[in-house]
Design a protein around this ligand. Sequence first.
Ligand SMILES: [Zn+2]
Ligand SMILES: [Zn+2]
Length: 158
Amino acid sequence: MSAALFGVIFPFTQREKGTRMKGHCICGAVEITVPDIQEAAVCHCGTCQRWGGGPLFTLDHDGQLEIRGQDHIVAYASSDWAERAFCKTCGSHLYYHLKGHDHYALSAGLFQQSPEVSLSQQIFIDEKPDYYDLSNDTPKLTGAEAFAAFQAANGESD
Ligand SMILES: [Zn+2]
Ligand SMILES: [Zn+2]
């Protein structure tokens, strides 16, 4: 099985504080509200590259999302364990949803009023194209390392 099939997998729990952040798609039909998230991550995997034309910057959230405009959302099952959601009107990518853990990697670009966000890690660095390199000083995990870390954090044995 190709590492790319695992898609976006983030092993670390995000630090959240009491406030909430709100994001929306280009056309505004979909609005998503989550507890404030200060750590962003980026996935360089081949599936994200194909999905969005480049690396996918995300804000992680575990648990349900508060969504307005649910009927505008289309979710594509990109694997047996995950789906990728987008707005059916404007095409904005909304989130990667790891179904078994109710884990959401939200498209960071939906939330543009978050000056405190910093990049915490890069995953699937082994699938990153050669034509760019991010200068951010972050941990860089291969797809295998990211998947192993996620399994360890979630107490799974396989
Ligand atoms: Zn990815
Ligand atoms: Zn939209």
